[in-house]
Design a protein. Sequence first.
Length: 402
Amino acid sequence: MKATTHAPALVALAVAAALGAGLASDARAAAQPASADAQCQARERGSRGGSNRPQELYPEATRQSPREGASQRMGARLNKLGAAFDQDDNAQVRQIADEIIADARASDYDKAYAAQLAANAAYNADDLAAAKAYLTQSIELDALDNNGHYQSLMMLAQLQGQDEEYDQALASLDRYLQETRSTKPDDLALKGQLLVQAERPQEAIPVLKQAIEGAESPNAAWTQSLMAAYLDTENTAEATRLAEQIAASSPGDKRSQINLASMYIQADQTQQAIDIMERLRAAGELTEDREYRNLFALYLNTEGGEPKAIEVINDGLQKGVLEGNHQTYLALGQAYYFSDQVAPAIDAYQKAAPLADNGETYLNLAKILVNEDRIPEAKQAAQQALDKGVRNPDEARRLLER
């Protein structure tokens, strides 16, 4: 390559920080609280006492279950309500429930039970606002037994979290935990996940650790949530340790491996991140444009990494996974240029320039062509740069005057 004062002002790819954040996004996604699906079928059937008495799920609860049950006058309606629920007729469930709730002759138990089933029906119909309203009504009536009452409170907390109402969700869940005295790992993990989503990671860490330590087989999502909390408190060492633990326990899980690569990047252990991504590439598991883009960006931010970046880009283009857009061809052109392969660099720039939003790539191409004494082509590229617009038009005009 010829030395000249007209060496192109190539734009470096600012990818290191963005790459780490992008790869870590899955860890924060895993911190999302579980959906309320598991609670949707939890409801009372109205029977109290006798052989049909359900198992007490909250034996340590401070609340005493009310003694009042279903009223005889509402018996037929409640049976009709239950039948509609069993048939998944959500509209019918809500209609009957609304009638019972509005009936002055209905007991508080009748109304609370109807509201609970209506909440499930609303949830099944993706009407979260109505589901929350019904649950709130059922809880405020304070008439269901402990099983139904606290399952409704838990479901309300989950739906509030699902709607990103984190303060309300945590208030509901704290009430649930205080009144039931629950130390179940699942319940604690939900609180920890909500705290992560509410951007209160310092509070989330001890809760999640207690949940993980108290479970025989902790859910991997809990550990990922804890990892996200450590990340948010800038405790990269602990986050990396957890990422290594998750990756080791799930060697076939691509998400876990990519999260570990993210941790290594944030810990300035670039080679370890590259090793993980290359293992995934060799196994044919890099199937998204962003995954190839992340890998070649790692190489472009590594001393002497241009040849490997070229290999990765061409591999991704050949497989049809990497998009042949301006950013891709610009990166390829830079990699070729800085590894002293001028001819393919020019070819890549010629592909990148028409795809750019402005004429800066054409201007850089013109500079490379001048370096190679390809003056007519350089002038043509300079004119195309002016036509598309550049920050410094005089620079392009000087090339045209050669």
